[in-house]
Design a protein around this ligand. Structure first.
Ligand SMILES: CC(C)(COP(=O)(O)OP(=O)(O)OC[C@H]1O[C@@H](n2cnc3c(N)ncnc32)[C@H](O)[C@@H]1O)[C@@H](O)C(=O)NCCC(=O)NCCS
Ligand SMILES: Nc1ncnc2c1ncn2[C@@H]1O[C@H](COP(=O)(O)OP(=O)(O)OP(=O)(O)O)[C@@H](O)[C@H]1O
Length: 198
């Protein structure tokens, strides 16, 4: 069985993914794969450098993610161009890894953590989708705190994604992460038992 795991920026996807992994799930993480496809030597990094110039490349040849984020999160047209370079590469690599996990470990749960799962229309690829939900005000507070962002900047990043209420209403399973980590863990445990997972 393979499920998609999504939510909004800073709603707690990584937190819930780690809990699922503790229980025995195999994780494929889109943010991590997004980092792999821009390692030095990868064609996607060449394409990013041609489009954005050397200002987004560190002197050691690695991608300056902060600089690139500062550009694209403030310019939706450039963000769309970056996505058109990265998304096919991310998607291909994720599908490959998911297939390998399914073949090698057919009885284990495979979890694909994809922030933009609904935005990119990938829900049909999975047996179901789990949404990690917090109300938008709490999402804003956690994002500001974790990334050290001013409110306006944090709002802008939230606004680049589909509304969290809309994601919640589409979900097959909702994990409400607005309480304590223990409360969240209990919901993850309930999901695990309901699926009769080992
Ligand atoms: C712009 C980049 C370099 C900034 O890197 P940085 O290390 O600062 O952030 P990181 O990658 O950890 O992303 C943090 C969060 O930002 C949000 N985010 C990332 N990309 C996007 C996007 N294209 N649209 C909306 N939100 C996004 C996600 O919620 C993600 O979890 C990076 O986010 C990137 O390469 N984005 C484009 C690829 C992409 O769409 N990734 C999303 C997973 S498919
Ligand atoms: N139940 C909780 N109570 C308090 N803080 C939490 C809780 N869950 C997560 N956090 C904190 O909220 C922030 C966001 O969580 P996390 O990094 O798991 O979100 P994410 O959805 O994976 O984010 P991104 O979309 O940016 O990858 C982190 O700083 C995390 O420590």
């Amino acid at each position: 069985m393979k499920i998609g795991l999504t939510g909004g920026i800073a709603t707690g996807k990584s937190t819930v993914a780690a809990m699922l992994v503790e229980r025995g799930a195999l994780l494929v993480d889109a943010d991590q794969v997004a980092r792999e496809v821009v390692m030095p030597g990868e064609p996607a990094l060449e394409a990013v450098a041609s489009l954005f110039g050397q200002a987004v490349i560190h002197t050691d040849g690695t991608l300056d993610r902060k600089a690139l984020g500062g550009i694209v999160f403030n310019n939706s047209e450039l963000l769309a161009q970056l996505e058109s370079i990265l998304h096919p590469a991310i998607r291909g690599r994720m599908q490959l890894r998911i297939r390998q996990y399914e073949e090698q470990h057919p009885r284990q749960l495979v979890v694909a953590d994809i922030p933009l799962l609904y935005e990119t229309g990938q829900e049909g690829l999975y047996d179901g989708v789990m949404v990690v939900y917090v109300p938008q005000q709490l999402q804003l507070e956690r994002l500001m705190e974790r990334n050290g962002l001013q409110e306006q900047e944090a709002q802008r990043r939230i606004g680049l994604q589909m509304d969290i209420e809309q994601k919640r209403s589409r979900a097959d399973w909702v994990i409400d992460n607005s309480g304590s980590l223990e409360t969240t863990r209990r919901q993850v445990d309930d999901f695990w038992k309901s699926k009769d997972l080992p």
